[in-house]
Write a protein that binds this ligand. Structure first.
Ligand SMILES: Nc1ncnc2c1ncn2[C@@H]1O[C@H](COP(=O)(O)OP(=O)(O)O)[C@@H](O)[C@H]1O
Ligand SMILES: [Mg+2]
Length: 149
């Protein structure tokens, strides 16, 4: 069953990211869907904070993937933040990122990844973000989805 939450402010979106991070382990794939400005990067910032990874999360506009090293706390995992927008579904470029290797020791979060990266794992956390026009309010819907074999 998908869960849903109203996110009145950007802080609420980041807080949801921190909550979701508590359930994430190395090898987990998070796919973020929603239009420009929906809050995908803001949610990623919350996930990064929850995981305690190093480095500032920014919109990876000029780079496709950014590695965030694990923090120093026991059991810490790293995070790879991917913006698949400019991949345009190009699977060769996606292969070149070698996310399979990253998934051995990191959580991988992919903006614009819907329909592009799901094959990398046998299940993924799909988070959809919606925004109303001229409003700060966002709605998040999320669920774990098993990849059909
Ligand atoms: N409830 C909210 N959740 C997330 N972002 C919000 C919210 N309200 C306002 N914002 C603003 O909307 C923008 C979202 O940008 P960003 O997270 O980069 O979106 P995306 O990565 O989906 O393009 C930021 O400027 C943020 O401050
Ligand atoms: Mg973004």
């Amino acid at each position: 069953m998908a869960e849903q939450r109203l996110l009145p402010t950007v802080e609420d979106t980041e807080a949801l990211g921190r909550e979701l991070a508590a359930e994430l382990r190395a090898g987990d794939l998070v796919v973020l869907d929603g239009p420009l400005g929906a809050g995908k990067t803001a949610l990623t910032r919350g996930i990064a904070a929850g995981l305690g990874v190093q480095g500032r999360v920014s919109s990876p506009t000029f780079i496709i993937a950014r590695q965030h090293r694990a923090g120093t706390q026991p059991g810490a995992v790293g995070m790879v933040h991917v913006d698949a927008y400019r991949l345009g579904g190009n699977l060769d470029e996606l292969d070149a990122l070698d996310l399979d290797t990253d998934l051995d020791e990191s959580v991988v979060v992919v903006e614009w990844g819907h329909g592009v990266v799901e094959h990398l794992t046998d299940r993924h956390l799909l988070v959809r973000l919606r925004r109303e026009p001229d409003s700060d309010i966002r709605t998040a819907t999320w669920e774990w989805i098993a990849q059909p074999m």
